[in-house]
Design a protein around this ligand. Structure first.
Ligand code: ADP
Length: 545
């Protein structure tokens, strides 16, 4: 027997329609490329998203055509999020931190038809345009009078002139909810980048899941600052969850340094901010130096890489801000787990609670996860056994764009497909998952595994350490031994011996790194993560003493 409920497709256009109807005057505040602060609201975003829709129809782009953005977090980017996907075209958020060659490869692979870019990226666009013959339309996200006269880009238009000429009424099409809505390429640490192609349905289910109280807990009373870029897995889906709950959004534009982020948090009464650890490192550094405090910030979502305990403690103990440690990946839209405590953990001592907060957390409803050994046998949830982390759910990819890389799933005895995350993890009896490593970063010493994250976390707890990366080095007896590569805080003094002594008593003796290598900088990837492959390359002549 079938249920007798209305069958309405889950569409991204319904998010913006809802936000306009119920939260029209709720603000969307952006720091612009020009440096000034721009104020908009959900009502204006919705009207302008409809102008975007009309403008796209005017270009005669087909349903499913890719419209790319090369833009910081801001109101125009938000309008494109809804305007492009709402019409049935696919929003392709390009990562401007990529090398021009790689960027051109991605634009061509995605068959992007139009590229909308912030003026900051004009030189980058000029560098790749000649290599991307498939792009027929270039739109500069600026006022008409800011458009450069001799850009060399054929038919370049300013966004404001382009949408300004359009009516602000539009009937959003009734799409199939499984239609593609947006796409994002993985950072491609191995091989060519591959894309996750999200659907309206997956995006809406993710928006519901992410907004839940035990996930990111978004509400109409929040002012959310996504420092995580809108080109990094749709800013972790926050623009969609924000439209669903109707909260205020605050966008940092290109200014992600500690001072700018702090000023925005205070001026716009931000209650929740989200970003990768490197961003918070800069913010905390600025606050410590100036003896500053937060007056409104309650929660900060930290994900993308493991959050060091020293950072959780600084937010929690010094600033009274709750850290929501979150884990996910491009292939998962991205949210998989969030570390919010259950009643049982709230009864633990503060030290024990910190240990729990360090974990990547519990699965958001919608995500099923398990850990398996090398033969695919499921491992127990005892907090000790570790193995490959596999996931399944309606916002996790079934395959990559264009079928690249073949079928990525692993099938269980019941024929259910699981996506292998490439992460190695434990899961405890309460369902809290903890990443011990990415499978390719695991260090194997004398047959035993050493978690590079654990080694890094201890170094990061030293007051003189700004950043630490642990990598394995070939060793004649032990196969591999860990070394820790360290960037010191400006002006700080630290010797190899002092840091190694700091490990004593904090971990098993055989897990203490064999050496400390001081460097000026650790290479960071396009999404702010440490590039261990590049680091290994840089240290290729290093020999363990
Ligand atoms: P890429 O996989 O291309 O680097 P993603 O942004 O999709 O880009 O990264 C996903 C990976 O980032 C995860 O598989 C995991 O290794 C790592 N990651 C994400 N969040 C966390 C976290 N909270 N703790 C540890 N690792 C994390």
């Amino acid at each position: 027997m079938l249920g007798q409920m209305q069958s309405q497709p889950l569409l991204i256009s319904s998010l913006i329609t809802h936000a306009e109807r119920h939260h029209a005057s709720t603000e969307i505040v952006s720091r612009r490329v020009e440096g000034d602060i721009h104020r908009s609201n959900w009502g204006q975003i919705a009207r302008r998203a409809r102008q975007v829709a009309n403008a796209l129809d005017g270009l005669h782009l087909a349903a499913g055509d890719r419209v790319a953005t090369l833009a910081w977090n801001g109101y125009r980017h938000l309008e494109l999020y809804f305007g492009v996907s709402g019409t049935g075209r696919v929003l392709h958020t390009l990562n401007p931190r990529l090398h021009p060659e790689q960027l051109a490869w991605i634009v061509n692979h995605a068959d992007d038809r139009a590229v909308c870019f912030d003026m900051t990226f004009l030189p980058l666009v000029q560098a790749v345009a000649g290599k991307c013959p498939g792009v027929k339309h270039w739109v500069a996200l600026c006022d008409a009078d800011k458009l450069p006269a001799d850009s060399g880009l054929p038919g370049l238009v300013s966004y404001e002139a382009w949408i300004g000429a359009q009516p602000d009424t539009y009937l959003w099409p009734d799409l199939d909810e499984n239609s593609a809505s947006s796409m994002c390429y993985t950072s491609g640490t191995t091989g060519n980048p591959k894309a996750a192609l999200y659907s309206h349905r997956s995006t809406l289910l993710h928006a519901y899941g992410a907004a839940l109280p035990d996930a990111l807990g978004c509400s109409a009373r929040d002012a959310i600052l996504p420092v995580v870029p809108m080109f990094h897995v749709n800013a972790w889906g926050l623009p969609y969850s924000a439209a669903a709950v109707g909260c205020k959004l605050v966008f940092p534009g290109p200014a992600m340094d500690g001072k700018s982020v702090y000023e925005l948090i205070e001026a716009e009464k931000v209650s929740m901010a989200a970003g990768v650890p490197t961003v918070w490192q800069m913010l905390l550094g600025h606050m410590q130096a100036g003896g500053l405090k937060f007056s409104t910030l309650k929660r900060t979502v930290i994900g993308g890489s493991a959050c060091p305990p020293a950072m959780i403690n600084a937010f929690h103990d010094t600033y009274g801000v709750e850290v929501l440690h979150a884990w996910g990946m491009t292939e998962m839209s991205p949210l998989g787990t969030v570390c919010t405590l259950k009643n049982a953990q709230l009864a633990l001592s503060p030290e024990e609670q910190t240990k729990v907060r360090l974990k990547q957390g519990r699965a958001v409803y919608g995500v099923d996860m398990k850990i398996v050994d090398e033969s695919g046998n499921e491992l127990p949830w005892d907090g000790k056994a570790f193995g490959d982390l596999l996931v399944r759910g309606p916002w996790i990819i079934a395959s990559y764009f264009k079928g690249e890389g073949g079928d990525p799933l692993r099938y269980d005895a019941a024929g259910k497909g699981w996506f292998p995350t490439g992460d190695v993890a434990t899961i405890d009896a309460d369902g809290f998952m903890q990443i011990t490593d990415r499978s390719k970063d695991v260090i194997k010493s004398g047959g035993e595994w050493i978690s590079s994250i654990d080694v890094e976390n201890i170094a990061m707890a030293h007051p003189a350490v700004a950043m630490a990366a642990c990598i394995g080095m070939k060793h004649p007896k032990w196969d591999e031994r860990p070394i820790v590569v360290v960037v010191k805080k400006p002006g700080a003094e630290l010797t190899r011996e002092e840091l190694l002594a700091f490990y004593e008593g904090k971990t098993a003796k055989w897990q203490i790194p064999d050496d400390v290598v001081f460097v000026d900088a650790i290479p960071l990837g396009a999404t702010g993560k440490m590039q261990k492959m590049t680091l290994r390359q840089q240290l290729k002549d290093y020999v363990l003493k």
